[in-house]
Design a protein around this ligand. Structure first.
Ligand code: FMN
Length: 317
């Protein structure tokens, strides 16, 4: 199998998709700090089918983000087919991913995301619809299971289809975002599809733990990280450094300030005033846990410009 996925060095570190968070600025920052591949926020295939402009704006990217994967969600194979064509032609990312893992009510209750896992025929149709309507490598993102449908059964049902990679969130649907993460099941999946790239996701927040997972489950091709990089895009570099040298660079206030300002500048460039509203939550994550964080937070949630961000941060002793 040949695809950009198969050319990446092991262990692959991926920025997992997060709606409302993994926009172009976040993806660029994460690539600058060691992510090997980055995913978009999930994009609706039905929106792309009926009225693509807004969704195309959501997933547009800067070439510095490459390799970049656009994630699609929905439940209609015809919409997936058209969406795959549109994304391939208009956006030209490096890959297309299909969301089989989202438990959020507004996605799940429409029969999309994780609700697709038990639907054996429909899941196959959707994967085929995307594969047959793009020249890009297709990947999927799933959960450890939903009710009686385990990830192992899900993969058995689709293993013959021409997708290239799978990211498994090792929590079940029932486990939501805080249940136990089953990395063993992820390794079992790699045994079923040895030619495809298999990434484990869930609860990864520090380099020591990431290294331990990769040591305990050596068949894994890599890891997907989501909430662990909120305010810590440098976690990717820390994991890489720890895997190579057994130590990690610590990030002090000064270093984090530089990253946060860079993030704000990228957000401003892409989204102007709206970006200055969006940066506020990131700033709170960047400076969480520092002495005086509560006071700082009060100021950071009110900033309106890069100048104000710099002023607030330079007032910290
Ligand atoms: C705010 C937020 C938004 C998310 N959006 C998506 C999404 O668009 N597509 C998707 O497949 N998963 C989405 N996820 C799930 C994450 O990709 C990931 O599977 C999950 O958070 C577990 O990883 P973590 O423990 O490292 O956070 C989202 C998670 C969060 C917290």
């Amino acid at each position: 199998m040949k695809s950009f996925w198969h050319k990446l060095n092991r262990s692959i570190l991926a920025l997992a998709p997060m709606a409302g968070i993994t926009d172009s600025a976040m993806r660029q920052i994460c690539r600058e700090y060691g992510a090997d591949v980055v995913y978009s926020e999930m994009a609706s295939v039905s929106a792309l089918y009926f009225k693509p402009e807004k969704t195309l704006a959501l997933v547009k990217f800067n070439r510095k983000e490459r390799p970049y994967v656009v994630q699609l969600f929905g439940n209609n194979p015809e919409h997936f087919a058209k969406a795959a064509q549109i994304i391939t032609k208009s956006i030209k990312p490096d890959g297309i991913d299909i969301n089989f893992g989202c438990p959020a009510k507004k996605v799940f209750s429409h029969g999309s995301g994780c609700a697709l896992m038990p639907q054996k025929e429909l899941a196959r149709k959707i994967i085929l619809a995307v594969c047959e309507n793009t020249t890009l490598p297709v990947s999927i993102k799933i959960r450890a299971g939903l009710r009686e449908m385990s990830a192992l059964h899900f993969i058995e049902n689709i293993k013959d289809l021409p997708f290239y990679a799978v990211m498994i969130h090792g929590r079940t649907y029932e486990g939501s975002f805080s249940g136990v993460v089953d990395f063993k099941i992820v390794e079992e999946i790699k045994k079923i599809i040895p030619q495809k790239i298999v990434l484990a996701n869930g609860g990864i927040t520090n380099p020591v733990q990431a290294a331990k997972i990769l040591e305990d489950y050596p068949l894994l091709d890599g890891l997907g990280v989501a909430r662990g990089v909120l305010g810590k895009p440098y976690l990717f570099s820390q994991i890489k450094e720890f895997l190579k040298k057994g130590k990690r660079t610590e990030y002090n206030f000064k270093k984090i300030k530089k990253i946060a300002i860079r993030h704000a500048e990228l957000l401003y460039k892409n989204k102007k005033r709206f970006g200055m509203l969006e940066i506020r939550k990131h700033l709170v994550w960047y400076f969480k846990g520092f002495p005086g964080a509560a006071e700082l937070r009060k100021k950071l949630v009110q900033v309106k410009s890069i100048g104000e961000i710099k002023k607030v941060l330079s007032s910290v002793k």
